[in-house]
Design a protein around this ligand. Structure first.
Ligand SMILES: NC(=O)c1ccc[n+]([C@@H]2O[C@H](COP(=O)([O-])OP(=O)(O)OC[C@H]3O[C@@H](n4cnc5c(N)ncnc54)[C@H](OP(=O)(O)O)[C@@H]3O)[C@@H](O)[C@H]2O)c1
Length: 238
């Protein structure tokens, strides 16, 4: 049935909305630390959702855990990988604790290096595509230095893999604009009225699904595209 799709950070926020969109038509492997109740229910109700619990703060182990889950599920081929898990902490960069810097780099960058490398054979077998979820903040954002650095690094990784894997695996990075998830609260960011202008996680998930078809290596997804109806006539992942 459908495609084999890996979604990291699928337990909440934008990733969870992607799971909701794609679960009806595809086999999903959903990765995160703390699956929400609806996701656990979805796994119980369908044969096509597998939850893998692992912590990306240990990138090498996270890649091994996903590899083991794929072997167990006999996923020799992978059609899409959406590497979406992300974290970050708002802080004056001169005050940020080393553990917080390490966690941001582990989750947003090093885990993605380890996982993309581990997935290569299966992606080749599935004529697959890997989509990294980046951020507009990669260009630099005050009090978000480690996060910006991790996403800028992710952009470099995607560009490198795009050249190295050309002709065998499609590679793309999507740079998201502000989206109404719990990420900002978890990061310690206080948002005022501006949150009302953020994209909804459902709208962002729709734009991500549609953007996967586009051939461009990197693509910005913002509230403006959402309002302009960017998903209206585009194809979904069928
Ligand atoms: N929201 C925005 O405004 C915005 C803007 C630009 C880019 N983005 C990017 O979009 C992606 C999704 O963010 P979101 O807004 O949906 O945030 P979110 O609601 O906080 O979701 C983050 C996801 O990442 C997973 N994750 C975080 N730390 C992890 C760890 N140590 N190990 C394993 N999984 C971990 C979480 O899983 P658990 O909860 O199970 O740990 C969760 O599923 C991220 O890459 C983020 O950088 C978001």
């Amino acid at each position: 049935m459908g495609r084999n799709i890996l979604i990291t950070g699928g337990t909440t926020g934008i990733g969870y909305q992607l799971v909701r969109r794609l679960a009806q038509h595809h086999q999903l492997m959903v990765v995160g630390r703390a699956p929400n109740e609806q996701l656990i229910e979805l796994e119980g109700l369908t044969n096509n959702v597998i939850i893998v619990k692992t912590d990306f703060n240990n990138p090498a182990k996270a890649a091994i855990d996903i590899d083991k889950a794929m072997k167990k599920a006999k996923w020799d081929i992978l059609n899409n990988a959406i590497l979406n898990a992300g974290t970050g902490f708002v802080c004056d960069p001169t005050q940020e604790e080393p553990a917080a810097i390490r966690e941001t780099l582990n989750v947003n960058l090093l885990a993605n290096i380890a996982i993309s490398r581990m997935l290569k054979k299966r992606l080749i077998a599935g004529r697959g595509k890997i989509t990294f979820i980046g951020s507009m903040a990669r260009k630099g954002k005050e009090n978000f230095a480690s996060y910006a650095a991790s996403k800028a690094g992710l952009h470099g990784l995607a560009r490198a893999l795009h050249w190295e894997w050309r002709g065998i695996v499609d590679v793309q990075i999507l740079h998201l604009g502000p989206t109404k998830t719990q990420m900002h609260k978890k990061a310690g960011m206080k948002l005022g009225f501006s949150r009302h202008f953020f994209t909804s996680p459902e709208g962002m998930a729709a734009m991500i699904e549609k953007s996967i078809h586009k051939r461009r290596l990197s693509h910005n997804l913002t509230v403006f595209q959402d309002l302009a109806g960017s998903t209206f006539l585009s194809k979904g992942l069928k």
